[in-house]
Design a protein around this ligand. Structure first.
Ligand SMILES: C[S@@+](CC[C@H](N)C(=O)[O-])C[C@H]1O[C@@H](n2cnc3c(N)ncnc32)[C@H](O)[C@@H]1O
Length: 270
């Protein structure tokens, strides 16, 4: 059998040209200006929040045993900031997929090297059988944007990799749930999962939860001055089993039994 490649999966084999929804338009615009500018009120908050989330994602990848010499998939890669700044430095090959064409154009323009590739694709209609096998996949804030299709998509991901790092908003957070009713959150298609809902979704696809962490105290719109005042509290809030309910983000490491043995990680190890 000919080797499967990401470009082949992105060729004639994917679904028809997608219909543009309001969230699609939001992400196209974000791609034009960069996600960092579109999504955050302050550069200091963006650097802090993304720095933390990206660092924890790599810690979880290590705990799952995703090898540094491996090939990884950034599933819903947006404008490629994470893939280009972090994954490209660490892994032998990085493929990024996202529906927003403007974001993919930005990701390609910023591509960190020939071992990094990006393609525009609707992950709901994707032909997963045409993708190569991956040593791991990163799903950073994508699943709640394809909520109805998420159970099938996660099962399909299980056919290309046995290790998945997931970042999702903390859907158990009451304030977060209220914010999702505001026009900005609705335009972006924000509809978070409850923590247990997400764990069940992966369990149904044959994955077990090896790592679960709650991190980040700061919603994207936090003004810099508020962030500076509260930043010293963040490590204590994250470390508390009670107060970490205030964290805005859930991060998970899921693995299938056929993937390499994982080491439990941190206080939030599941
Ligand atoms: C919150 S952003 C996360 C982007 C990136 N992972 C990050 O961390 O910045 C959600 C992303 O999901 C993408 N998306 C939403 N629905 C999609 C679909 N059906 N297929 C592919 N990508 C989709 C959007 O284009 C957007 O880039």
């Amino acid at each position: 059998m000919a080797p499967r490649t990401v470009s082949k999966a992105m060729g004639d084999t994917i679904a028809d040209k997608p219909v543009r929804t309001e969230p699609d338009i939001y992400w196209e615009r974000a791609g034009e200006v960069s996600y960092a500018r579109a999504m955050f009120a302050s550069g200091a908050v963006e650097r802090h929040v993304n720095g933390r989330m990206w660092g924890v994602a790599i810690e979880i990848a290590e705990a799952l045993g995703i090898p540094a010499a491996g090939r990884v998939l950034d599933f819903g890669c947006g404008d490629g900031a994470f893939a280009n700044a972090v994954l490209a430095r660490r892994y032998r090959a990085v493929d990024g997929l996202d529906k927003a064409e403007a974001a993919i154009a930005r990701a390609r323009a910023d591509a960190a090297g020939p071992h990094v590739s990006f393609a525009a694709a609707d992950l709901v209609g994707l032909n997963y059988a045409a993708l190569p096998a991956y040593d791991g996949a990163f799903l950073m804030g994508i699943l709640h944007h394809i909520k109805a299709a998420a159970p099938d998509v996660v099962k399909a991901i299980g056919t290309v990799t046995g290790r998945v790092v997931v970042l999702e908003p903390n859907g158990d957070h009451l304030v977060r749930k209220l914010l999702e009713w505001t026009p900005t959150y609705r335009r972006a298609g924000e509809d978070s999962f409850r923590t247990e809902e997400l764990k069940h979704l992966f369990a149904a696809a044959g994955f077990s939860c090896r790592v679960w962490r709650r991190i980040n105290l700061f919603p994207n719109f936090t003004p810099a001055v508020v962030y500076r005042m509260l930043a010293p509290l963040e490590p204590r809030v994250e470390a508390s089993r009670f107060w970490n309910a205030l964290c805005t983000v859930n991060m998970f490491g899921f693995a299938r039994p056929d993937a390499a043995t994982a080491r439990p990680h941190g206080a939030g190890a599941a």
